[in-house]
Design a protein around this ligand. Structure first.
Ligand SMILES: [Zn+2]
Length: 217
């Protein structure tokens, strides 16, 4: 999860319409897709094949109507993460990545084959809940379909991290290697899938390539 700059202007269907499903209006979805770099804000897979408009604070079938059409409560997610998050334990609220920077609050790592996410401050309940959720979307096996979706995301993250490791080792062996440096730079951009994991790795190994700090937010 990374910090997202939400566009300030509220999409017009949210204010000018009374339609029940207006939070899924094309204008709202298009704006979310653009603001969130066409990546799921939870697992960071992208481009999202099955996008959904996710309510960070659930509206509970309209019981919390003010949350349903509130621009600041609408997030761009994949179908898998939206379903995994739909549990009472997450209702208290995960990190609002448009307000707080998740990279300052979480350590997001791939260790061996396992996704490990931990809150840097154990008394930060939003960060603890977010860490739990991010791990869950990569490991959930509650149904066969969900097992498959978790695995697709884990494999995609592993491929991306392997590309990062190989590009970094090429870069370290020859710091004039323009292609390797460009690949690393691309992998660290907010627009790139799993940038939160890639940047956490580079941040932890900055002693080997301190100059890459310039590519970190
Ligand atoms: Zn997702």
């Amino acid at each position: 999860m990374i910090r997202i700059e939400r566009s300030k202007e509220v999409p017009s269907p949210l204010v000018a319409s009374k339609a029940k499903d207006r939070y899924r209006h094309k204008e709202v979805v298009d704006r979310l897709r653009s603001d969130f770099h066409d990546k799921c804000y939870i697992c960071e897979i992208g481009p999202v094949q099955d996008p959904e408009v996710e309510h960070r604070l659930p509206h509970k079938d309209g019981r919390f109507l003010e949350r349903k059409y509130d621009w600041s409560n609408l997030f761009y997610s994949c179908g898998h993460c939206n379903k995994v998050k739909n549990k009472q334990k997450y209702d208290a609220g995960i990190i609002d990545c448009c307000v707080r920077d998740p990279e300052l609050l979480l350590e997001q790592e791939l260790i061996g084959e396992d996704v490990r996410v931990r809150a840097l401050n154990k008394s930060d309940s939003e960060a603890c809940l977010t860490a739990q959720l991010i791990e869950e979307v990569f490991t959930s096996e509650s149904t066969p379909l969900r097992t498959h979706a978790s695995d697709v995301r884990l494999k995609a993250l592993q491929r991306q991290m392997n590309l990062l490791y190989s590009s970094l080792s090429e870069y370290v062996s020859n710091k004039d290697d323009f292609v390797a440096k460009k690949t690393v730079r691309t992998l660290l951009r907010s627009e790139t899938p799993f940038a939160g994991f890639a940047r956490c790795y580079v941040r932890k190994h900055l002693d080997m390539y301190p100059e890459l700090a310039a590519y970190l937010p």
